[in-house]
Design a protein around this ligand. Structure first.
Ligand code: GDP
Length: 295
């Protein structure tokens, strides 16, 4: 995960670790390399620039040049700033409500259906919940089938209505069904499209308004870099979602989405997807991710 970024940051710190006496120029060169590494990882230019400015201010504040191990202190400052940028503390998921209603949003192919299954499985096995999965993609019968397959794999019931073309109605009926049948979490999987369009946004906004979810989660493919950030912004402007799910972090992703998304939409990354299997889900801890990136 983020191997390229880790390598480049490691090289950036070589500048500091290699010198007997550290000068202001060495620190400036290191920060320049750090910025370049972030840009190469597809982090937005302004975010990368602000990042190094903040680290520089802290380095001056802590008199980095006079400390015994300036290299180590710089690594720590970068690690702290990366953690902050990615959200600081881990953000939990709101499980209030009877039942808790969770709405999944995102583009087609982002991993929404897969993640709906992973989350249901996580809540069932780790939180002792009884989840119901709801198929609200009225355009693609294959998507409904896919959710049934996923539900079958994890032993979670899937609610769908054949022939009903009204996602608001399906979601509302599913919540009624959940209440009547002892389900305490309802996970609503919605229709995505290949790109942001008005019709999809209206549809999900209508579902959102009608069911008033306790958690609205936005699912995005980490491999899409700055596009992921732009899509997040479009969905957040419309839905004011509660958290981000970053999928496909097992792939050859550069890391830009993980690093930038929080500061653009001011919403935490809550979970990450790290594979196609139902168990490939992790709670997102910004500090652990920063540690991983910096090795
Ligand atoms: P949806 O259209 O948003 O519902 O996306 P899907 O759930 O159908 O996922 C699209 C493709 O991405 C499928 O082939 C999934 O198996 C795959 N996928 C989903 N999440 C992950 C992940 O975390 N890692 C990897 N490698 N593949 C994933």
């Amino acid at each position: 995960m983020f191997d390229n970024l880790s390598d480049k940051l490691d090289k950036a710190f070589h500048i500091l670790k290699g010198h007997g006496k550290i000068t202001e120029v060495n620190v400036a060169d290191t920060l320049k390399e750090v910025r370049r590494a972030l840009l190469d990882a597809d982090v937005n230019f302004k975010i990368a620039k602000d990042f190094t400015t903040k680290v520089k201010e802290k380095a001056i504040g802590e008199n980095v040049l006079t400390t015994l191990q300036p290299g180590q202190l710089m690594v720590k400052l970068v690690k702290d700033e990366l953690t902050e940028l990615m959200g600081g503390d881990a953000a939990g998921i709101n499980l209030s409500g009877a039942p808790t209603v969770i709405l999944m949003s995102g583009l087609q192919g982002s991993g929404k259906t897969t993640f709906s299954g992973k989350l249901a499985n996580f809540l069932k096995t780790k939180k002792n919940k009884k989840p119901l999965l709801v198929a609200c993609d009225i355009y693609r019968p294959a998507a409904i089938n896919q959710l049934h397959v996923v539900g079958g794999q994890i032993g979670v019931e899937v609610y769908s209505e054949e022939g009903n073309k009204n996602p608001v109605e399906i979601a509302q009926n599913a919540i009624k069904y959940a209440k009547a049948n002892g389900f305490n979490v309802v996970i609503v999987d919605t229709a995505g499209r290949l790109a942001v369009d008005e019709e999809m946004m209206n549809e999900i906004a209508n579902v959102h308004k009608a069911i008033e979810p306790h958690e609205t989660l936005f699912v995005v493919d980490a491999m899409t870099g700055q596009d992921a950030v732009n899509t997040a912004k479009a969905f957040n402007d419309r839905l004011n979602f509660d958290g981000v799910i970053l999928t496909k972090l097992d792939g050859d992703t550069r890391g830009g989405a993980a690093i930038s998304i929080k500061s653009v939409v001011d919403k935490p990354i809550k979970f990450i997807g790290t594979g196609e299997k139902m168990e490939a889900i992790d709670v997102f801890y910004p500090n652990r991710m920063a540690e991983r990136i910096l090795g």
